[in-house]
Design a protein around this ligand. Structure first.
Ligand SMILES: Cc1cc2nc3c(=O)[nH]c(=O)nc-3n(C[C@H](O)[C@H](O)[C@H](O)COP(=O)(O)O)c2cc1C
Length: 188
């Protein structure tokens, strides 16, 4: 797929087939992710992978519980109250693969670098017929000291992007976007 076509047609995918993503494919995607630009060439990213549907489901339930308990602290969550209360709603969309991109806070640029890495992976995955979705809801549960201890993530790393991946069931139309606000454009 041509790169421009890939950028134009990528969508967040929330329905996946049962076909698993192989370790080889996921390693290839991570390898493409780390080709992203990186501040001072520090390459501060690190990854954790969960390919266990039962564990992903358990993490979804834990996340829903946490979010419902903290609705008052995060006003933006109110719009999702109904979803979060639905037993059938999976925060991770029943994906078979959850890829967590962490950034080493020792680098000033870790959040930017991790985000660029995520964008590379999203686009590369799309070109392979693999759907992705950044799951911001995961930011709390997947960044705790306990979670990081279990998954060997060093303390200095913070979660940048929790991403679900799976072969896309849906074929969505290209996204609609608001007109970009261009604040100024000085010409000679
Ligand atoms: C920082 C960030 C957090 C997001 N969090 C969630 C999330 O928790 N759950 C979800 O279903 N989608 C999430 N998304 C996906 C957005 O909803 C999606 O990108 C947006 O609606 C535009 O749709 P598109 O990606 O198909 O163009 C997130 C995207 C970003 C960049």
């Amino acid at each position: 797929m041509d790169i421009l076509e890939c950028i134009r047609t990528r969508r967040s995918i929330r329905t996946y087939t049962d076909r698993p993503i192989s370790e080889e494919t996921l390693r290839e995607l991570i390898g493409l992710g780390v080709k992203a630009a990186t501040g001072s060439n520090e390459q501060p990213w690190g990854f954790a992978v969960i390919q266990d549907k039962d564990e992903i489901q358990r993490l979804s339930e834990e996340t829903k519980g946490w979010l419902l308990e903290h609705l008052a602290d995060y006003p933006y969550l109110e719009q999702y109250r109904e979803w979060l209360n639905k037993p059938s709603y999976s925060v991770f969309n029943h994906a078979g693969t959850l890829l967590l991109i962490y950034g080493d806070t020792a680098s000033h640029w870790y959040a930017y670098d991790g985000s660029l890495c995520a964008a590379n992976i999203m686009l590369a995955a799309h070109s392979m017929g693999i759907g992705t979705c950044w799951i911001g809801f995961g930011e709390h549960i997947l960044d705790t000291p306990e979670f990081k201890r279990v998954h060997n993530v060093p303390e200095s790393y913070r979660l940048v992007c929790p991403m679900t991946l799976g072969y896309s069931k849906a074929s969505l139309p290209p996204s609609e976007r608001k007109e970009p606000r261009i604040f100024s454009w000085r010409k000679a």
